[in-house]
Design a protein around this ligand. Sequence first.
Ligand code: ADP
Ligand code: MG
Ligand code: MG
Length: 877
Amino acid sequence: MAKYVYFFGGGAAEGTAEMKHILGGKGANLAEMTNLGITVPPGFTISTEVCKYYYEHDRTYPGALQQEIDENLAKLENEMGKKFGDQNDPLLVSVRSGAAASMPGMMDTVLNLGLNDKAVLGLAAKAGNERFAWDAYRRLVNMFGDVVLGVPHEEFEHAMDKIKKQRKVKLDTELTTEDLKKLVEDYKAVIKSKAKRDFPQNPREQLHYAIDAVFGSWETPRARRYRELNRIRGLLGTAVNVQTMVFGNMGESSGTGVCFTRDPSTGENYFYGEFLINAQGEDVVAGIRTPEPLQDLKTLMPAIYDELESYRQKLERHYKDMQDVEFTIQEGRLFILQTRTGKRTAAAAVKIAVDMEKDGLIDEKAAVRRIDPYQMEQLLHDRFDPKAKKEKLTTGLPASPGAAKGKVVFTADDAEAAVEKDPGAEVILVRIETSPEDIGGMHAAQGILTARGGMTSHAAVVGRGMGKTCVVGCSNVEIDYKAKKFKVGNKVVKQGDWISLDGSLGEVYVGKVPTIPFEVSGNLDIILQWADKYRKLKVRTNADTPVDAKTALKFKAEGIGLCRTEHMFFAEDRIYWVRRMILAADDKERRDSLKKLLPMQRKDFVGIFTAMNGLPVTIRMLDPPLHEFLPHDDKTQKEMAATMGINVKEIKAKVESMSELNPMLGLRGCRLGITWPEITDMQARAIMEAAVACSKKGIKVFPEIMVPLIGTAAEMKFLKERIEGVVQEVLSKAGMKIDYLIGTMIEIPRAALTADEIAEIAQFFSFGTNDLTQMGFGYSRDDVGTFLPGYISKGILPDDPFQRLDQAGIGQLVQIGIEKGRKTRPGIKVGISGEHGGDPDSVEFCHRVGMNYVSCSPFRVPVARLAAAQAALKQSK
Ligand code: ADP
Ligand code: MG
Ligand code: MG
């Protein structure tokens, strides 16, 4: 018979940390900690398989479940010596969600279940603490109303604010027992009016509804959105943990907190955390009161601090990773309520991995495996120029590092809307505090600024997870949502004004502060050097200029995988001659224009070869539709006509005659070179003359001339012969021998399918996966905006195939291309030069199908190095 419920308590648990898939992360670790002898309040976990069943069976449960729950509840009552539903000495429980992947703030928890109008009196008498009992009860009614019955949280906040105002107090801890009793009545009235029902007095009913709400929360839009953004897939669902309550709200010797075994922002080996005295559950995270730093606990409750410190060491040694731990102190006794792998910034991840390797906790390979290459991209960002003039507005807590600048918006929706309108828009989301509904906007923003909350507030935790620059707890920022502005002292910042955030310092500046480029150094360099030991793929860069090439070299690129020559044609001093070449009346005129372009191109290549001294450089022949270069507006057409001494009508006619309905499928790529071989000749000559000039100066050059958009072997043959002719002529004239290759891009499906024929001629392949995706899917790359976002949100496509290689389809074309190519030219060098070359998942694919190298934009070179190492390590495991 299937087992749905797993008990933990009494020093032993039925589950283990390995069982995350069915117990969820929280449940599995509660079990593991119980087995480790850590003080965890007992309880039981209802498995994720029930969640799966629930959604597969129209939100109903397996028949055997209720009995299992009853049995486990009885076991728990036995363990605790209290009865659930008892009115004199009630057993209270929490109902907590928890999937295999942590989703902070996504799924909701209900505390203090089992209380009702009678039991609250029993609890008060038993604890000898009336205030505490009513505080617990008002929290239950609030959470139950909010999480289970769907009453908006603000409704309860209003009631709370009202009573605080009446009593002229600021903090909930200042409310008296009588106030709390009144609050319970107010909350009940809120439920009655908003949910049109009474708060259920029957504890069994409470439990049943709460469990149902947790399972129900798995498919809420915000939970789905979180999974989507974080690419959490393939889970059965959430588990439900029913756990004995411990109380941090029993007075001054009680409290609750969150700690990290190392600093989650910097990675420093420092016991980091926050706590609140006389508080319960999420008070710390919710930013209701400003929590105190964990180190203060040392003086306040030294014995508790020491015990916590011993758990810190035990947990790190056991899990061999930084842990994020929840604890509660009930009248001087410490309980651990959760441990999980702590979210951290990319910088912290790198430091922790290196430090743990030094301490012998993990080895180099584990350290390399542990850094998420997607997250590492966060590190590759610029920082504020230390020399820039900055006008500091205020300082808050440095919750998530980075340098962000953007226009102020005050709602998540506005942030999303701004980016939807213009994908390049930069906004900073400014909120009093953030909540899970804001996830989308936080993602869209460059950075987040909150007025409230500590280092473990929602904004801080989620910001770090996303790699968003985040400054929290700027208590002197007064936000007026209605007027869409905020004030710091007498300075006013309005919606749309620019501000800049330094997430490492927690500083906020007026305006747009200039940034300087990032560099690889320190721990990141160590990790990347380890990565280099294990990877098999070479990592090249896409670079069109010596500047790009030099940047990529700093990141240890091992060559250029794609140098696009057309970019050189757009430069101001050349575009005239390019246009002239295209508009030429005859071949002679065209050759004359090309002659003007030759020295310019040669100079470009000399620059690039010089920068890449000793490394291969793949240069792609002219690729885009020629008419892209033509003057399209009146003014430029007139100027062009004037300089050429012809009538503007002629220009207009030529431009007209060259326009195409589908330029991306028209006269471009190798078709250009075949139609106008003089262009190919000029480019081949420029490349080889540059190679000769550099060689003479002692620079080592390895040119790889690449013909784009080949669809048939005959095209390749035509152009290879043409290029070969020029190359030989240049070399023999110079009396030199230089190694070079002539190869092609595989980017048309037909080329992949006939790669064996093409490889008989082409000496290397570079998969141009942008065009291959475009033509394989039949999606115009420039027009996907009209339908692709919808495709992804509807689940028709898992990802944007232009960002992440579609391995199932386009990947097959790549595999066929490689296999066939190697049939006729064994060992042919194969690489990739699409956007995908810097996407970690796609890099792994490239490794698996046996490519020799990937090529990506300069800033992604470190990411590709890491991803390539992880791919190799994964395969060797
Ligand atoms: P989340 O996944 O959002 O962190 P949790 O289930 O961990 O949700 O619970 C929210 C808060 O309630 C946490 O601070 C947690 O420590 C606290 N909490 C949960 N269960 C109990 C319990 N049985 N006793 C005391 N505090 C609890
Ligand atoms: Mg929560
Ligand atoms: Mg938690």
